[in-house]
Design a binder for this molecule. Structure first.
Ligand SMILES: [Zn+2]
Length: 349
């Protein structure tokens, strides 16, 4: 990845660089905070500043270390990124050598002689996706990663980490960047202001999430979902439209991209229905990211029973996609069910 300065996390990072300068940097850190607020970027930026010939401080961008990092050829950085690797999980084979291991596992990387001679860094992204075996396998490394080594676990759901893992890390909390900082991220990425306003709201201000929404075409995605919910669009046609949407879903095989598209639609649908349930229960609509869904469905009030059944159907779809059922069939089935649930509820009113 190219090095990018994360927005809104300067003081946290400066504190960590200062700790490193005075040899007080803990060797295992857990970066936590909401999804898509820049924790992973911050981990890269922090380590870049640690590796920098002028550091530990904000990376200079021009020394040999900074240039090799920007080019992705820096020898002493080890990253596990389930999103990029499109695995959706972290298996034990990425931590220690097992039959299924491809490439170098973490433990072997750390047993090698440092390539650059200074700090070494490890980033384990979304570490809650590691199964228990993989989490247990990392314990020894968390205790003794070796000299001048900094391990960063990144997780927006630290509650899913084993207590033994959490307790071996120093927690570093990240807050969501301010509204103007998030807007700047979207603007720099070329997102028009109307789209930026919508996706920021849906992402609760988290710029990384908002950017993902914008890139994959979530505005169109949501419009199709509303048409299906309101019964204006046949569920099968809706499924076809959703899966044919233009948009950037990242790297991956065609089937991986279809799966990601389907997962995105299901998860967005879940968030919309949750807010519909909340607004039905009297929560102020203007404070909900998808508070306008109720109006888009003709302002009808749906009871908790209706929204729960619809949500149940989408959750099942999410599990089915995870267990590798064909995403088209799963999405069609779920959207048909949800449409029927809503249409039955409307005609009963
Ligand atoms: Zn530098």
């Amino acid at each position: 990845m190219t090095l990018e300065r994360p927005k809104g996390h300067d003081s946290v990072l400066e504190g960590l660089w200062r700790a490193a300068s005075s040899e007080r940097l803990p060797h295992a850190l857990l970066f936590t905070g909401g999804e898509g607020i820049g924790k992973y970027l911050a981990a890269h930026w922090f380590l870049a500043g640690l590796f920098c010939d002028e550091g530990p401080a904000e990376p200079c961008g021009s020394c040999g270390s900074c240039r090799r990092q920007a080019a992705g050829s820096f020898g002493d950085l080890f990253v596990i990124d389930p999103e990029l690797e499109d695995t959706g999980k972290i298996g034990v084979g990425r931590i220690v050598r097992r039959k299924q291991t491809e490439g170098t596992p973490l433990e072997e990387f750390l047993s090698l002689r440092p390539a650059e001679g200074g700090w070494r860094g490890v980033i384990l992204r979304d570490f809650e996706l590691a199964n228990h075996e993989a989490q247990n396998a990392v314990l020894k490394t968390l205790e003794e990663p070796g000299e001048s080594c900094c391990l960063i676990l990144v997780s927006s759901q630290p509650g899913r980490l084993l207590e033994t893992v959490r307790s071996r890390c120093v927690l570093v909390g990240f807050e969501s960047p301010s509204g103007s900082e998030s807007a700047e991220v979207l603007d720099l990425a070329g997102v028009d202001s109307e789209t930026a306003g919508l996706v920021s709201r849906w992402a609760d201000g988290a710029p990384g999430r908002a950017l993902r929404f914008a890139r994959r075409g979530a505005v169109e995605e949501r419009a199709v979902l509303i048409d299906v919910l309101s019964g204006e669009l046949d569920a099968l046609v809706g499924t076809e439209r959703l899966l044919a949407l233009e948009g950037d879903l990242g790297e991956g095989t065609p089937s991986a991209l279809v799966r990601r598209r389907a997962v995105g639609a299901v998860e967005l649908g879940v968030e919309m229905l949750r807010d519909l349930a909340r607004s039905g229960a009297g929560y102020p609509m203007d404070q909900l990211p998808h508070g306008d869904v109720s109006d888009a469905l003709g302002g009808r009030c749906y009871g908790l029973g209706v929204t729960s059944r619809a949500l149940e159907s989408l959750w099942r779809a999410r599990r089915e996609i995870d267990s590798n059922l064909a995403p088209e069939a799963v999405l069609d089935r779920a959207l048909s069910e949800v449409q029927q649930i809503f249409s039955a509820a409307s005609s009963a009113q």
